[in-house]
Design a binder for this molecule. Structure first.
Ligand code: A3P
Length: 290
């Protein structure tokens, strides 16, 4: 097999890096031309913020808790990323409503149809220090991402947005400044972590899918880290080791809030905080981690 150079691994698209292997020009064009339906549900995240978790929660909610909703298709086909090369092979226009999709795009990168149709969005955010920590471990496991290198170097790249899907700060700010606020639910990884049952109930309410307390409980239980790890359709065990080597670090790695404390040095955490303070100075949203 051919090993790609660092420069070949990423494509610069609208000013941000995307892994070339997953996002050939055809897939980016497919998304640009994609037609949303008003009842579509879009899960939007910066990578490593809880995408896979939400790809488990939403199908379970929409099916009223039916386990088949997360046991039939792997998460990437169940709630496909619209910018990924698989999207145009899945006959998405033939899927029954309501369809559920994922995206790692910033708000301003979404296609025209999104702004015309205004589907519902669940935007999942996570403490960026934990996003960094998760990414640091994850990037090293794949063949399609530039290796993180030493932690100090990766920190520099992360804070500078020189990683896949660009700057965490720009991503979060773009979504917080979105116009269709009543169509967007903002929720954090930390809220899911602290109270999964309450989070499931709130998400169900946002999706206008009434659920009995018993169903909420069942769904929350299924979506616990330890239970999701057992689901081969969600734990990435179906990905061949040449693309993702989980002997280096599992995709469902630790599943906790605050792991950055075990990862960053004091000086690195301080540097992170300084950049955070500067980049987020105009943001009024109250994050759980602040
Ligand atoms: P860690 O590497 O910190 O463990 P994404 O799906 O956006 O790539 O995010 C992956 C992160 O979400 C990983 O974080 C993963 O373990 C965590 N995650 C996935 N499912 C989870 C769950 N049910 N509970 C807690 N964390 C979960």
């Amino acid at each position: 097999r051919v090993t790609m150079t660092e420069a070949e691994l990423y494509t610069l698209y609208k000013g941000i890096y995307l892994p070339s292997a997953l996002h050939p020009p055809e897939s980016l064009r497919f998304y640009e031309d994609f037609t949303f339906r008003p009842d579509d549900i879009l899960i939007a995240t910066y990578p490593k913020s809880g995408t896979t978790w939400m790809q488990e929660i939403v199908p379970l909610i929409m099916s009223g808790g039916d386990p088949a909703s997360v046991e039939t298709l792997p998460n990437w086909d169940r709630v496909p990323w619209l910018e990924e090369n698989r999207a145009y092979t899945l006959n998405l226009d033939q899927r029954p409503s309501p369809r559920t999709f994922s995206t790692h795009y910033k708000y301003d990168m979404l296609p025209r149809s999104f702004f015309e149709t205004k589907p519902k969005v669940i935007y999942v955010m996570r403490n960026p220090k934990d996003v960094f920590t998760s990414a640091f471990h994850y990037f090293g496991t794949t063949s399609f991402l530039v290796k993180p290198g030493p932690q100090s170097e990766f920190l520099h790249k992360f804070l500078d947005g020189q990683v896949m899907f660009g700057s965490w700060f720009d991503h979060v700010k773009s979504w917080l400044n979105a116009e269709e606020k009543d169509r967007i639910m903002y929720i954090s990884y930390e809220e899911l972590f602290m109270d999964l049952k309450d989070s499931v109930a709130r998400i169900a309410k946002f999706l206008e899918k009434p659920l009995e307390a018993e169903a909420v409980e069942k769904i929350a239980d299924r979506c616990l880290f330890k239970n999701m790890k057992q689901n081969n359709m969600s734990n990435y065990s179906l990905v061949p080791a040449e693309y993702m080597d989980q002997t280096k670090s599992e995709f469902l790695r630790k599943g906790i809030a605050g792991d950055w404390k075990n990862q960053l040095t004091e000086a690195e955490a301080e540097r992170f905080d300084a950049v955070y303070k500067e980049k987020m100075k105009d943001v009024t949203y109250k994050f759980v981690w602040d």
